[in-house]
Design a protein around this ligand. Structure first.
Ligand code: ATP
Length: 355
């Protein structure tokens, strides 16, 4: 199937500095892809190039298989059938809600019906005559969404569209937005630095770092099969244990780990705090290896905090004094100085050569 939007090998150089390096992203109609990454990694530049308000140094942009921009052609932003919703989605202050939404609809025919339909779908029927200053942040955001979608753009580009909203409101607005986008079948490229937002909204995540896409895939895969330690750590705190490799087996304080393809040197075993287990059964009785969880290792509690739906317990490990964090569902507040045994869920560990 022809992609609705395809960025093919996009690079962008600003005054000799490479801001984007061979970025390729392709998305189908009805699909929402997130460009996710830390500040300065090139997300907004990618979006601006897709929109046509900036031009790549090399590579091409295709919309429905047609070149919108390459080294010869450069279609203007207004001719790309692309809707934009950026951080400061400022509505026109002197226009009411209806006029704001209708702004991009040149054709009079069907205009009123389209506005009415969108107002219903963003749950703002009755707000037709209100002006932006009379609306809450969430309401303004929904009007901006309706305005962006009114002309039925082939692609919608969104840059941190929810960043101005407070937490509780943001979840509601995100869900409502997603519902509408799916109903409209628009292809959406959304920029965010918030991994939770990407997990919540995306069909596909392109994880960016230093101007490159380092990993691309469904949220499940990105979270559960990160390409490297930094990709794992982008989504949550992680624990890191070092192992010495001999014959494709890494020796660690938690037992031996299979490290296919690595024959020597050091590896890092990376595990999220919720996948380290406290081994109460063996507490005080010493290590007792099991096939799935390896060998438990002893640590001393240095801090325990209750965080609402789980507790976070920090340990100084006997084997080298390093710190490991464990989350435990509910309330678990062991006293500082208590010794406990920890084991690692083998199926939830990520193993990377030490960089
Ligand atoms: P943020 O999340 O902070 O918005 P970002 O991931 O969107 O960051 P970009 O705004 O795309 O990052 O910037 C990527 C890199 O390109 C940065 O190093 C930035 O300084 C540089 N850059 C962006 N626009 C320009 C420009 N017009 N001139 C020079 N450098 C630029």
């Amino acid at each position: 199937m022809t992609a609705r939007l395809e960025l093919r090998g996009i690079s962008r150089v600003f005054e000799g500095e490479i801001a984007l390096d061979n970025v390729s992203v392709s998305l189908q109609a009805g699909q929402l892809a997130c460009l996710l990454g830390p500040s300065g990694c090139g997300k907004s530049t990618t979006l601006r190039i897709a929109a046509g308000v900036d031009r790549q140094s090399s590579g091409s942009v295709l919309i429905d298989g047609q070149v919108a921009s390459d080294d010869k052609v450069h279609m203007l932003a207004e001719n790309r059938s692309i809707g934009l919703m950026f951080q400061d989605f400022a509505l026109f202050p002197h226009l009411d809600v209806t006029q704001n939404i209708a702004f991009g609809l040149r054709n009079k025919q069907g205009r009123a019906a389209r506005v009415k339909d969108l107002l219903e779908r963003v749950n703002l029927t009755g707000y037709e005559k209100k002006y932006p200053h009379q609306l809450s942040g969430g309401e303004q955001q929904r009007v901006a969404l309706a305005r962006a979608l009114a002309p039925r753009p082939r692609v919608l580009l969104m840059d941190e569209p929810f960043s101005g909203l407070d937490n509780r409101l943001r979840d509601d607005v995100r869900d409502a937005t997603l519902e509408l986008l799916k109903a409209e079948g628009t292809a959406v490229l959304l920029v965010t630095h918030d991994p939770e937002e990407a997990m919540r909204m995306a069909d596909m995540i392109a994880l960016m770092r230093g101007g490159r896409v380092v990993q691309m895939g469904a949220p499940f895969n990105i979270y559960n099969a990160p390409v490297d330690k930094a990709a794992a750590a982008f989504f949550s705190d992680v624990n890191v244990v070092t192992g010495q490799v001999v014959n494709a087996l890494a020796d660690t304080p938690f037992g031996q780990f299979l490290v296919p393809g690595v024959t020597s040197g050091e590896v890092e075993i990376v595990i999220r705090p919720q996948h380290l287990k406290l081994d109460f059964d063996r507490n005080g009785k010493g290590p007792n290896p099991t096939p799935s969880d390896g060998v438990p290792a002893r640590g001393i509690v240095t801090r325990a905090r209750y965080l609402g739906d789980h507790s976070l317990v920090e340990f100084a490990m006997d084997f080298d004094g390093s710190q490991l964090q464990v989350t435990v569902p509910g309330v678990f507040m062991p006293e500082t100085g208590r010794a406990l045994w920890l084991s690692m869920r083998r199926d939830r560990c990520f193993v990377f050569p030490k960089g």
